[in-house]
Design a protein around this ligand. Sequence first.
Ligand code: MN
Length: 155
Amino acid sequence: MKRSLILTVALIFLLQFNSRAQTTASGAIFPKGTKVQANFTGAVWVQTLVPNDSTFHCVVGTVTFEPGARSYWHIHNAGQILLVTDGKGYTQEKGKPIRVVYKGDTIICPPNVEHWHGAAPGSSMTHISIIPNADKGVVTWLRPVTDQEYNAAKE
Ligand code: MN
């Protein structure tokens, strides 16, 4: 009886440890979240960390892109701040060259400037997304980033 209780407690501990390890694989800081389909090319996961509310009007989330995955072209009415927490990625504002970004980089997306962000071809990329003044609108999705646009990166 005592032995089976110890085994049960050990099993519960192992299951919890394993579940935690899956949501924060490879030393990730925040849970990977849910896989999303619309408005992205390739596999992308999103986890909301702070939902919009009437006090802060600020949406915070973490987004993970598999290698080669990227957002569609889009606009944030009030802008966006991105903090790269893992990997290597690309970001581009309309009419400008692609910028290569790495873990630890900050990306400022000014209000109403068309842009996209995603992973580099050989690396996943995770960033925190901060959207201030969310009552002005969070995001307007436009069209996919073509392979030709994505492959125009000069490294
Ligand atoms: Mn954006």
